[in-house]
Ligand binder design. Structure first.
Ligand SMILES: Nc1nc2c(ncn2[C@@H]2O[C@H](COP(=O)(O)OP(=O)(O)OP(=O)(O)O)[C@@H](O)[C@H]2O)c(=O)[nH]1
Length: 376
């Protein structure tokens, strides 16, 4: 064999070895992506999903920062998360936009991943939470049925990590899986909620309240923070129906629900407890604070003027009973503690009705729960 042939052979061998290395590297990468994707597919709540996307296992991918921008025109997803007790300000990598333009601006050229150097004008909003700016970024469009539903944004301190022009098959696949998972997650929450939402007022129903009562009392037992419960009952509501008709009665109930909602924090649990009665759970709220909120609700409802067509304007009032659970931290509370909390609120609501209505009554401090109930 000539010298040239030897050199050519060596070159071919080297190329083959390089290809093999690249193939092995890609196979490892594929496995890591697959394991992350399988994890996302296996999660069964939108909250777990978002957390797993924002904090991917470092063994699977080597990303320095991640943010998720989601299109949420009706604030539905934000409400779902808040109902799950999520403090959105505690998830700075998660962003919502109500207008599609903000997402579309990121992908004006095509609905494919956009890789390259960090540019403040385009990327600062996406990585503001991360502290240090990334050197290179990969923006992955989340697309369902040809429509953008959000953007998954990955940043790296390594300027060579995400460079324009390289192949993005893994990232494209990953983005497609994330988009499907997000859509499925939202649909699943919608389904769960259909059975947990009151159709007239669009707030939660009693079933949802009962589930949350259990969770919130357990959390209060663990944290030792007070949990207040309110029962709110529209006064003489039968008269509203009798005077103005059932349809006006329905409208009043919808309005009452929205007035109460507006006075509560996003994390408070509000539901229609039945008929003209509503219930609310206020975590980390003592009797005094709950009484203030209840008084505010009472005033807002008293001040609201209803103006049905063909009738004189009218006002309504509401009576409210408040009870509070206060346990020492790490108390395993007795089984019936939630029922007891509701029972106390109901008892003082009855006092409010008997005392002339349009008032707030609180269960006295001696009735505070937790102390009076022996741990299970
Ligand atoms: N329009 C309408 N009325 C409802 C609905 N659910 C319950 N009601 C009515 O709410 C009224 C409740 O009446 P009562 O329990 O006697 O209480 P009230 O008239 O509010 O009197 P107090 O609670 O004692 O102040 C009944 O007439 C029910 O028919 C509803 O979804 N829509």
């Amino acid at each position: 064999m000539s010298k040239d042939q030897h050199a050519h052979n060596r070159l071919l061998k080297q190329r083959l070895a390089d290809f093999m290395d690249e193939a092995r590297h890609n196979e490892r990468k594929l496995r890591r992506f697959q394991s992350l994707e399988l994890k996302l597919i296996g999660l069964n709540s939108i909250l777990e999903l978002i957390e797993a996307i924002l904090r991917p296992d470092p063994g699977a991918v080597n990303w320095d920062m991640v943010s998720l921008l989601l299109f949420d025109p009706e604030y539905e997803l934000q409400r779902i998360l808040q109902d799950e007790g999520v403090k959105l300000e505690g998830m700075p990598g998660l962003m919502f936009v109500a207008g599609m333009e903000e997402v579309e601006q990121l992908y004006s050229a095509s609905l494919f991943p956009s890789l390259g150097g960090y540019r403040s004008s385009k990327h600062s909003k996406l990585f503001r939470h991360a502290g240090k700016k990334p050197a290179s970024v990969a923006l992955l469009p989340l697309v369902r049925y040809g429509r953008l539903i959000g953007s998954l944004n990955i940043g790296s301190h390594d300027a060579d990590k995400f460079v324009r022009g390289v192949r993005t098959d893994f990232l494209e696949h990953f983005a497609a899986v994330v988009a499907i998972c997000v859509e499925n997650g939202v649909n699943l929450e919608r389904l769960k909620r259909q059975g947990l939402t009151d159709t007239l007022t669009a707030i939660n129903n009693r079933r949802f309240f009962d589930q949350r009562l259990k969770e919130e009392t357990e959390a209060a037992g663990r944290s030792g923070k007070p949990l207040s419960c309110m029962l709110l009952d529209v006064d003489h509501f039968k008269r509203v129906n009798d005077t103005y008709g059932h349809q006006v009665g329905d409208l009043v109930l919808r309005e009452v629900a929205s007035i109460i909602r507006a006075q509560l924090r996003g994390s408070d649990v509000l539901s229609r407890y039945g008929g003209e009665e509503f219930s609310a759970l206020l975590a980390n709220t003592d009797t005094e604070e709950a009484e203030e909120v209840a008084e505010r609700i009472r005033r807002c409802i008293e001040e609201r003027v209803f103006n049905p067509p063909d009738y004189e304007p009218f006002n309504i009032t509401i009576s409210i009973g408040v009870s509070t659970l206060k346990a020492a931290p790490d108390t395993k509370l007795a089984k019936g503690v939630g029922d007891h909390l509701i029972g106390q609120a109901d008892r003082v609501l009855y006092d409010a009705k008997a005392g002339g209505r349009n008032q707030v009554q609180c269960a006295p401090a001696s009735c505070a729960l937790g102390e009076s109930l022996s741990p299970a």
